[in-house]
Design a protein around this ligand. Structure first.
Ligand code: UD1
Length: 378
């Protein structure tokens, strides 16, 4: 009996866990333990995702909550170490690039337990991003590196990673997307939000570089107000961003109640600030959006798969395939750049390449084949 142990903690981890948990559950000779670190703890950032993605309740919750990077990482390490010692997994599986990922990888590696990294090899080459540090360290500690794309394989090769550790398995986010799309379509999210397909812009912004500096945040909100002159802007607001907006004294924003009530952006077009949305609602809104404006990694990939124009408010991306594909473009956090980028992205709508290698809904199966059957994916 092989024992796999998955560690997840933050929202973008959950759609990566779901397909793998399902594929592992189909193997009678595998036991799969799920550990939630508690990095994300609000029900709409966590529990709801487990429910909608059909993930069973975690076997352990470390309940670490929020804190500085060092505090959060250290607390996960402390609490995960005893779990790892007690459960004695053969492989610890970690996902993406959040603090929970690197913390669990460090613990497992120091205990001499094999580490498998789902979404290995992505590089922004921007050391000011906490996620980049998490990616590089996690990959260095991993025995199984599950790369989503060819560029990720090349990054690992250039860093000297042993080739036999690296497997081009494809993008596991797309497994969740492919499986959930019919249900998301049935929900009719655009109609539920009073917008028409291809008649609205969908926005998410939460990176510290964008929302923690009041001047940058004000610039971004001004851009949204300009975009809203043309059509409604739907903006599900991450808790970090909500806190910054409520803390801003610009006067442009009127918190109409304390969380989790609605916020409103007064004065300018139709910008609707919403609470964080469940996975299926969000997927339905992405699918039918005229344009997505974001700084999220996952949305860059989802829009690429769905062929939806995307403007990413960042100076770089660890997912360059989304740009070369033709759906995604990077812009600076300034109102003129965002509005120009939005116009260019919409003008280029539909003008993109064919499917990306192994972004086909079969990634979890490939990972299980590597872990359990010893298959290789070059
Ligand atoms: C984390 C990830 C980021 C990912 C994002 C997705 C790291 C370094 N960053 O950033 O890569 O894109 O998750 O959401 O791991 N908060 C709540 N409720 C929650 C969770 C957080 O209110 O359930 C608030 C807290 O005020 C907290 C802040 O959000 O301090 C930041 O949360 P944290 O998990 O530390 O980082 P994220 O910004 O969410």
């Amino acid at each position: 009996m092989a024992r796999m142990l998955s560690v997840v903690g933050a929202r973008p981890n959950f759609m990566k866990l779901a397909p793998l948990a399902r594929a592992l559950a189909a193997r009678p000779a595998v036991e799969h333990v799920i550990v939630h670190t508690g990095q994300h703890y609000d029900p709409e950032m966590s529990e709801r995702f487990f429910h909608d993605l059909g993930i069973r309740a975690p076997d352990e919750n470390l309940e670490v909550g929020s804190g500085s990077h060092a505090q959060q990482t250290a607390l996960i390490m402390q609490r995960f170490e005893s779990v790892c010692v007690a459960r004695r997994p053969d492989v610890v599986l970690v996902y993406g690039d959040v603090n929970s990922t690197v913390a669990a990888a460090l613990v497992a590696a120091k205990l001499g337990t094999k580490v498998g990294h789902v979404e290995a090899g992505l590089r922004s080459r921007d050391w000011s991003m906490p996620e980049e540090i998490n990616r590089v360290v996690t990959d260095r500690l991993s025995d199984y590196l599950f790369a989503p794309s060819r560029d990720a394989v090349e990054n690992l090769r250039a860093e000297g990673t042993q080739p036999e550790r690296v497997h081009l398995v494809g993008n596991i986010m797309i497994d969740s997307l492919v499986r959930s799309l019919p249900e998301a379509e049935r929900l009719g999210a655009p109609a539920a939000h009073g917008v028409t397909p291809r008649g609205y812009t969908l926005v998410t912004l939460h990176r510290p570089a964008n929302v923690d500096d009041p001047a940058t945040l004000a610039e971004l909100l001004a851009a949204l107000a300009l975009l809203a002159r043309d059509e409604p802007v739907l903006f599900p607001v991450h808790p970090r961003t909500r806190a910054r907006i409520e803390g801003s004294r610009s006067g442009a924003l009127t918190p109409s109640s304390s969380p989790p009530g609605p916020l409103s952006l007064s004065g300018e077009g139709d910008v609707r600030l919403l609470p964080p949305l469940p996975y299926l609602d969000m997927l339905g809104l992405v699918r039918d959006a005229a344009l997505v404006v974001t700084d999220s990694g996952g949305l860059q990939e989802e829009t690429t798969y769905l062929g939806v124009p995307c403007v990413t408010v960042r100076p770089n991306t660890e997912r360059p395939v989304t740009c070369t594909h033709g759906t995604n473009r990077l812009v600076a956090p300034r109102r003129g750049a965002i509005v120009d980028g939005a116009r260019a992205a919409r003008a280029a709508a539909g003008n993109h390449r064919g499917p990306i290698e192994r972004w086909d809904g079969q990634t979890a199966e490939r990972i299980v084949a590597v872990l359990v059957d010893g298959v290789r994916y070059d």
